[in-house]
Ligand binder design. Sequence first.
Ligand code: ADP
Ligand code: MG
Length: 273
Amino acid sequence: MTVGNSTQPKLRVSGATKVYNTRSGDLLAIDRCSLDIMPGEIVSIVGPSGCGKTTLLWSMSGLHGLSAGQVLLDGKQITGPNPEIGMVFQEANLLPWRNLDSNIHFPFEIKGTKPDRVWIDELLNRVGMEGFGGRYPRELSGGMQQRAALVRALSYKPSVLLMDEPFGALDAFTREEMNRLVEEIWLDTHTTIVLITHSIEEAIFLSDRIVVMSPRPGRVANIHTVPFPRPRSLEIMSTKEVFDLTNAIKLEIVGTQQSRFAQGTPPAAKAAE
Ligand code: ADP
Ligand code: MG
C-alpha cells in the first residue's frame, strides 16, 4: 500500500446504510455501500429509479445522517453540511425574487462571509453568463439556470462537487453543452466530482469510474473504469468501445431490475434449445 496524502481517498464511504422510518414501517434505502473516491476523480452513480442514489449522495454531503456506516472527507467523518462540498440538484432552486448575483451571494449572506467576486465573475464568464448578474431566474432558460446553480455551487471553491441528475430536465443538446462545460471546469480545477445520472452516455463522457447500484436496497453492484482519454471528443464517443460499455452498463441495470420483478414469480419455462 502506498503511503502519503495523494493516495488518501477524498471521500470514503464505508458500510453506508440508511433506514427511513416511514409511517408504513422501516424502509432500507441503501445497505452497506462502500466506495472510495480519489482526489480529482469524476465518479458517476447509475442504477434503477428508487435504488438509493440520492440517499447515498445526501449521505456524502452530510445533509442527512446514516443509520450505520460512515462517510469520511479527507479522512474526517462528515457529520453535517460542509463548505468543502458543493451541490447541484436537478432543479436549479434559485430564489425567484432574487436576481442572479443575489442568488449566488445568498449562501454567503447566511454564513455571514464575503463572496469572492473576482472568482464568481470568472465562473460566470466560464459558463458564458457574464453580464447576467442582474437577471431574475424567470428571465433565464433552464440551461442558464443550471449554469447559475453550478456557479453558485463552485463559488465556495469546494473540493468536492456532488451533482444529483443535474441536467436531467434539460433538452439533449443543452445537456451535451453542460457536459462539455463540466469537463472544461474539471480540466481547470480538478475538483472531485460525484454525479448521479440516468444517462449512461453522460456517465461515460464525464467519468473515470461508473458505479452501478442494485435495486433497493441499494448496494454497489459493480464498478466500471472508463479508460478513454480526456477531453472526450465526439470521435471517441462514437467508437465501438464506448458503444459496448454503454450496452454492458444498460444491461446490468435492466438485468437487476428484471431479477427484482421476477422475485416471487415462478421461474420462466426454459426456452427450447
Ligand atoms: P433514487 O435517487 O435512486 O431514485 P432515493 O435515494 O431517492 O432513490 O430513494 C430510495 C428509496 O428511499 C425510495 O424507495 C424512496 O421512496 C425512499 N426515500 C427516499 N427519501 C425518503 C425519505 N425522506 N423518507 C422516506 N423514504 C424515502
Ligand atoms: Mg434520486
